[in-house]
Design a protein around this ligand. Structure first.
Ligand code: COI
Length: 357
């Protein structure tokens, strides 16, 4: 079947849904994909007409530039269903702006806003039945933008493909998460690509994270590459530290840290709920001192996939400390406030919910 929107978005529906084959009680993050995908190509200096097609394997020549130079950026977003079946995105224009900032840094042409927004909307509408409705479940959306010119010269591609795929998702992290503060490897440097959602930023973390896992730590908190003195982000999450009753988080104006949309929302919620927030460089020393003298009340991560994740223990060099599990933790408080907005359980004074109709 083919349909058209104002954007001339061709929609080719899958003849039969794969939905009956999926066991929604056993969802593992990011392993099952919905019936459809969005796809738009950029060639000859212009964007071609976008389309939605059945989710499928696509053929690429081995010379495609994305394989050689990692010219690829992506986004992470979610669609939420409320108890009446209404569907919402969360601050999608922020993701749109961020993917184009990432794209610019990697020398890629900007994605037109209507492709991004209409692509998301139409895909979510079409695969609405795939949005799981269990506690904390949602449809994870992955816009991804890659270089597909078949040429191995180390220069920006002439051809690109922008796609959006979707995956019904539950928790990203299962079980307790303990973190290691990294003092050898680095994720990002000044003037680099740390602020961008560049694919290579994630690959570069895999090896040090595997080493941390061997020691019993699921994630790394990265530190600045010059002195390993300041805490940055954890790769899949921005980090918050509760020192006394103040919530402290690193600034994202350095070019090294991803400006997370969940991070930004938590800062706003905390400030509007009477919690003092300090956005400033956070030293390893003050956090470890706090772990020793009790001033460090909690650490939590914030990200789209992870939502808000309390950290259960922290290691730095030879020092390790469990973190207390508080009755009224900031992590639980702000997670609830955030999710109540995302799942349409409360008023949305900020206009963050974006209905998909
Ligand atoms: C997200 O939180 O959506 C991310 O993109 C991080 C990740 C799963 C790699």
């Amino acid at each position: 079947m083919t349909a058209e929107t104002d954007l001339k978005l061709h929609i080719e529906k899958r003849p039969e849904s794969k939905l009956p084959q999926v066991d929604f009680s056993k969802l593992v993050f990011g392993q099952v994909f919905t019936d459809h995908m969005f796809l738009a190509d950029y060639k000859n200096n212009k964007w071609e007409e976008p389309k939605i097609i059945p989710y499928q394997a696509l053929a690429y020549e081995p010379s495609a530039k994305v394989f050689h130079y990692g010219q690829a950026v992506f986004e992470g977003m979610k669609a939420y269903k409320d108890k009446d079946g209404n569907v919402f995105l969360f601050r999608p224009e922020e993701n749109f702006e961020r993917i184009n900032r990432s794209a610019q840094r990697l020398g890629m042409p900007p994605i037109p806003k209507e492709y991004f927004m209409e692509g998301l909307k139409q895909l979510v509408k079409l695969d609405k039945e795939w949005i799981p409705t269990g506690e904390g479940e949602s449809l994870y959306l992955r816009p991804v933008y890659i270089a597909i010119e078949n040429a191995v010269a180390a220069s920006p591609s002439t051809d690109y493909r922008f796609m959006i795929i979707a995956s019904p998702a539950g928790k990203y992290y299962v079980g307790d998460v303990k973190v290691k503060i990294e003092d050898k490897y680095s994720r990002a440097c000044d003037g680099g690509v740390g602020f961008a959602k560049a694919a290579g930023n994630y690959a570069a973390q895999f090896y040090p994270t595997e080493l941390a896992k061997e020691e019993g730590f699921q994630q790394i908190i990265w530190t600045d590459s010059k002195e390993h003195k300041y805490l940055e982000e954890a790769g899949t999450m921005n980090m918050f530290f509760r020192l006394g009753d103040t919530l402290v988080t690193a600034p994202t104006d350095s070019s090294r840290i991803l400006p997370g949309i969940t991070r930004k929302s938590i800062i706003q919620l905390a400030e509007d709920n009477g919690v003092k927030v300090e956005v400033r460089p956070v030293t390893v020393e003050e956090v470890i001192e706090g772990a020793k003298n009790g001033n460090l009340k909690e650490i939590f991560g914030a990200g789209t996939a992870a939502t808000v994740l309390p950290i259960r223990g922290v290691k730095y060099k030879d020092f390790y400390s469990d973190l207390p599990q508080l009755e009224d933790s900031y992590a639980d408080r702000f997670k609830k406030l955030l999710m109540d907005i995302q799942y349409n359980k409360t008023e949305d004074p900020y206009g963050w919910r974006y209905p998909v109709k």
